[in-house]
Ligand binder design. Structure first.
Ligand code: ZN
Length: 134
């Protein structure tokens, strides 16, 4: 794994959170993107080499809606940048980590992503992400 690509934060209201994080970080979100298949709307902010991803639910069945119901707003996941997501998935499975889905899928911000179950990573949802079209 190369670096922490971004940290995901679950928020109730994306517009309100955009304002808060714009003030906090001193820069506008460089991208807002809906991932309809996941029922989320996301905003991305640059912080040096890393990013902050705000995630809000677009429907009540969204995983983010469920997270907010259970835990409220707050840190949702840590995403690590990888060169080859297929190889990383294989390696991590062999090492006993539990993948939420074994096939990588399209994520926001031009990435292919996969999640590790927090059960196998001390309670933290871990995202692997690989830049598309490399
Ligand atoms: Zn993410």
């Amino acid at each position: 794994m190369k670096k922490i690509e971004h940290i995901g934060i679950a928020v109730k209201n994306i517009e309100e959170a955009n304002k808060t994080y714009k003030t906090l970080l001193g820069a506008e979100a460089y991208k807002q993107e809906e991932v309809a298949s996941e029922g989320v709307i996301t905003s991305f902010f640059k912080v040096g080499e890393s990013k902050i991803e705000l995630l809000a639910a677009t429907n009540p069945d969204s995983p983010i809606a469920k997270f907010l119901d259970k835990k409220g707003e707050g840190m949702h996941h840590i995403a690590f940048d990888v060169d080859n997501i297929e190889e990383e998935i294989k390696r991590l499975e062999q090492d006993g980590f539990q993948l939420i889905s074994k096939r990588p899928k399209a994520g926001a911000d031009n990435k292919i992503i996969a999640f590790l179950h927090p059960k196998s990573t001390n309670g933290v949802l871990v995202e692997l992400c690989q830049e598309k079209n490399e």
